[in-house]
Design a protein around this ligand. Structure first.
Ligand SMILES: Cc1ncc(COP(=O)(O)O)c(C=O)c1O
Length: 389
C-alpha cells in the first residue's frame, strides 16, 4: 500500500523514547528540549498584540513563499554581527523549522541511492530526513576537534556524494565543536568538488566559554548551505527556521517549498520579527547560557563523582548535550534497558549511526533537569554502568 520511499524508514527512536520518558516518575536525560522556564512568554505576548495593532487582519492572510522580508533582513544582520559574514536577504528562505530545511534539501538534491556524507555519530533527524529520499550514507568520523579529514578524503576518492552534512558547533548528539583549523582542512578537501556542505547550526549562539568559531561560509562560500532556527534561542513551537543557499540552489528550494506547504506560518514570522525589534536577543540568550552552563556543570560534576574512571565523556563549551563512551564491547542499548527499569532514560548511540548497532556510546541532555535530579539520575546510571561492566 505504501511507497518505497516511506516503507523502510524507521520511526524516530528519540520521539519513541520521549513518549516513555514523559512519565513524570522517570528521570529523563533523553530529550533535546529547551528549558521551558526560559521561554520569553511575556515578551511573546506583547509582540503578538503589537503585531495585530501594526499589521491588522493581514497578519492572518496568506503570504509569500520566501518568508517575511523584515525577518529575513534581521537574520542577515545577525549573520553579520555574530559571524561577520555577508548573507543576502534574497538567499534566505524561511522554513518550518530547520528540520524542513533538511527535507527540502533531500527533495531537491537526492535521487534514490545518491550519496550523502554524514558525521558519525550524526544528527538522527538528518538521517531520517535524507533516509526518506533513499540516501546512501557515507559516514565520516567526528571526534574531539572535528571531522576526520583523512577519512573524508578517502570517502571522496571512492564516491561522489551530492552533499556533506555537518553540525560543527556543539554537535547533536556529541557536543563536539570543530576547531577553526579542522574547518579549514575540511573545506580544503572539498574545494574544487561539486559537493555542497550543509552547516546545520542550531547551537552556536549557546556558547558558555571559549571563542566563537568561523562559519564554513568563510572557507567555502560558493558551496556552503546554512541551516538556522529560532528553536533553541527563542521558541521551538513556532517551527521557525531558515536556509541560506546560493542563487541556483535557492531557485529549486523555492519550488520545493511551494509544493510542500506554500509558505511558513506568517503570523509566527511576524511575532518573532517583532520580538527581535522590541527586545534584546543577546540579553535573552545570556539567560539561557547562564542556566545551561550551570546544568552542564552539575552533570559533569556528577559524572566525575559517580562514573567509573574508565568512562569517557565530552565536556562541551556550549549547546545541550554531552556524549559518553563506554569501554569497547559494551552496548549502550543494553545499558538503556537496565537504566529504564530504574526510571532513568537517555538516548543510546545506535540511532546516531547509519550502519552500526550495539555501539558503546550514548547521549545525555542536561538542559531539562534540576541539580538534584541530575545528581540522582547520574548516580543511578553509574550503578547500572558498574553492573554492566
Ligand atoms: C542538529 C539539529 N538540526 C535540526 C534540528 C531541528 O530543529 P528545528 O526545531 O529548527 O526543526 C535539531 C533539533 O534538535 C538539531 O539538533
Amino acid at each position: 500500500m505504501f511507497s518505497n520511499r516511506i516503507s523502510d524508514v524507521p520511526k524516530s527512536f528519540i520521539r519513541e523514547i520521549l513518549k516513555v520518558s514523559a512519565d513524570p516518575s522517570i528521570i529523563s536525560f533523553a530529550g533535546g528540549l529547551p528549558n521551558r522556564d526560559l521561554f520569553p512568554v511575556e515578551n511573546i505576548k506583547d509582540a503578538t498584540n503589537k503585531v495585530f495593532d501594526i499589521v491588522g487582519p493581514d497578519v492572518l492572510q496568506y503570504s509569500n513563499s520566501e518568508g517575511y522580508k523584515g525577518l529575513r533582513e534581521q537574520i542577515a544582520k545577525r549573520y553579520k554581527s555574530f559571524y561577520g559574514i555577508d548573507v543576502s536577504t534574497k538567499n534566505i528562505l524561511i522554513t518550518n523549522g530547520s528540520q524542513q530545511g533538511l527535507d527540502l534539501l533531500g527533495k531537491i538534491f537526492l535521487n534514490e541511492g545518491d550519496s550523502v556524507a554524514i558525521e558519525e555519530p550524526g544528527y538522527l533527524g538528518a538521517i531520517q530526513a535524507f533516509g526518506v529520499y533513499k540516501a546512501n550514507f557515507l559516514p565520516v568520523t567526528v571526534s574531539e576537534g572535528g571531522m576526520d579529514v583523512e577519512e573524508l578524503k578517502s570517502v571522496l576518492q571512492n564516491n561522489e556524494p551530492k552533499m556533506i552534512y555537518t553540525v560543527p558547533n556543539f554537535q547533536n548528539p556529541s557536543g563536539i565543536t570543530y576547531t577553526n583549523e579542522n574547518r579549514k582542512d575540511v573545506a580544503e578537501v572539498l574545494k574544487g568538488s561539486d559537493v555542497y556542505l550543509i552547516e546545520d547550526n542550531p547551537y552556536a549562539e549557546l556558547r558558555f566559554s571559549g571563542s566563537n568559531k568561523k562559519s564554513f561560509m568563510e572557507f567555502l562560500p560558493e558551496h556552503t548551505i546554512l541551516l538556522g532556527t529560532v528553536s533553541k534561542t527563542i521558541v521551538p513551537s513556532f517551527r521557525l527556521g531558515w536556509i541560506v543557499a546560493p542563487d541556483i540552489v535557492m531557485e529549486k528550494l523555492l519550488v520545493a517549498k511551494q509544493a510542500a506547504d506554500l509558505h511558513t506560518n506568517y503570523f509566527c514570522q511576524r511575532i518573532v520579527d517583532q520580538f527581535l525589534i522590541d527586545y534584546s536577543l543577546d540579553e535573552h540568550i545570556e539567560k539561557i547560557k547562564k542556566m545551561y552552563l550551570s546544568k552542564k556543570q552539575n552533570m559533569v560534576n556528577a559524572i566525575k563523582k559517580y562514573f567509573p574512571e574508565e568512562i569517557e565523556f565530552t565536556d562541551p563549551e556550549g549547546g545541550m548535550f554531552l556524549w559518553v563512551t563506554l569501554p569497547k564491547g559494551i552496548s549502550s542499548m543494553d545499558l538503556f534497558d537496565m537504566a529504564i527499569k530504574k526510571n532513568v532514560a537517555f538516548v543510546p548511540g545506535d540511532p546516531f549511526y547509519t550502519n552500526k548497532t550495539g555501539v558503546n556510546t550514548f547521549r545525555l541532555n542536561y538542559t531539562n533537569s534540576d541539580a538534584d535530579t541530575i545528581d540522582k539520575g547520574i548516580k543511578i546510571l553509574s550503578e547500572c554502568i558498574r553492573d554492566i561492566l
